[in-house]
Design a binder for this molecule. Structure first.
Ligand code: PDD
Length: 280
């Protein structure tokens, strides 16, 4: 792969970052994942807007403009002949010169890394046909989940917990309510109504979520933004999650309880179709 590091396009073996980089030592970095379909970037503006917000919330500075970001994304897709998959972008607070809790001095350049990840065409993901299974775990993450940082250890542990139980993914639960999935926003469907947690610092403001809700509103589909419990999810007709790397993914089991027919439901299937049709 050809990757991008601080202004240069390099073979991945040659892209090297300091052992004193804040991202490495402190988990002090933000990221975005933009989906690529047929060589095209999906939801580019949304991801860049959220990136700017993450940077601002962490008082991190990076003076790459929207147009420059677009050029870097496009060039990486082209150089790597990427058809389907995604572009991973990460900005850390840079090389601090040594380990120190305090931020490095003003003017320290951030470390900017982008690379492509090739995947099968997401539109034909076999998981969408069968639906996926989830288990719940307590949400032990910090309370700024609205900022897309690389501090993903608890999400990793949650995914490993699910895998060890033979399940596909995990849902985080806090104060009795589901916050979100380990790397996605989640929804239940009851009597034709879609229910999802409202935006706050408790969850990541998913770009896919934002677009899907807009598409639903345009079609006058019923949506209620409120938190829901695991018990409520288990009694729901359907459930699904959204993310840039899966679009709309039907969920057929929560903590061992099959939902409805145990197969992907009509609402999730329809929303997946709508999203795929409109997103490209
Ligand atoms: N994850 N919630 C969390 C905790 C996430 O990590 C993600 C995205 C989402 C969905 O956001 P979006 O629709 O903007 O992708 C929600 C990405 C895909 C990842 O970490 O790979």
């Amino acid at each position: 792969r050809t990757v991008y590091l601080n202004g240069q396009y390099l073979p991945e073996e040659e892209a090297k970052v300091s052992i004193f980089d804040r991202g490495f030592v402190m988990g002090d970095a933000v990221y975005e994942v933009t989906c690529v379909l047929e060589g095209k970037l999906l939801e580019f503006e949304g991801h860049m807007a959220r990136l700017q917000r993450s940077l601002k919330e962490l008082q991190m500075h990076c003076d790459i403009s929207r147009d420059e970001w677009l050029e870097i994304h496009r060039k990486l897709v082209e150089l790597n002949g990427l058809e389907n998959g995604g572009v991973y972008l990460q900005i850390s607070r840079g090389n601090a010169g040594d380990r120190d809790f305090h931020f490095p001095k003003a003017g320290t350049p951030p470390t900017v890394v982008l690379y492509t990840q090739s995947k099968a065409d997401l539109r034909n993901d076999p998981h969408a046909e069968t639906g996926i299974t989830v288990v719940s775990v307590p949400d032990l993450r910090w309370h700024r989940r609205d900022i897309k940082t690389v501090q993903l250890l608890w999400a990793s542990i949650a995914k490993m917990t699910a895998e060890q139980q033979g399940k596909d993914d995990a849902w985080f639960v806090e104060d009795g309510f589901v916050t979100e999935g380990s790397s996605n926003n989640c929804y239940i469907v009851k009597n034709g109504e879609v229910i999802t947690r409202p935006l706050s610092n408790d969850i990541l403001h998913g770009i896919t979520r934002g677009s899907l809700l807009k598409m639903m509103a345009e079609r006058q589909l019923k949506l209620v933004e409120r938190p829901f419990t695991i018990a409520e999810a288990q009694q729901a007709d359907e459930a699904f999650y959204t993310s840039a790397s899966s679009f709309v993914m039907p969920i057929v089991e929560v903590d061992g309880v099959k939902l409805g027919s145990g197969k992907p439901g009509p609402v999730a299937k329809r929303l997946r179709e709508i999203y795929i049709e409109e997103a490209l």
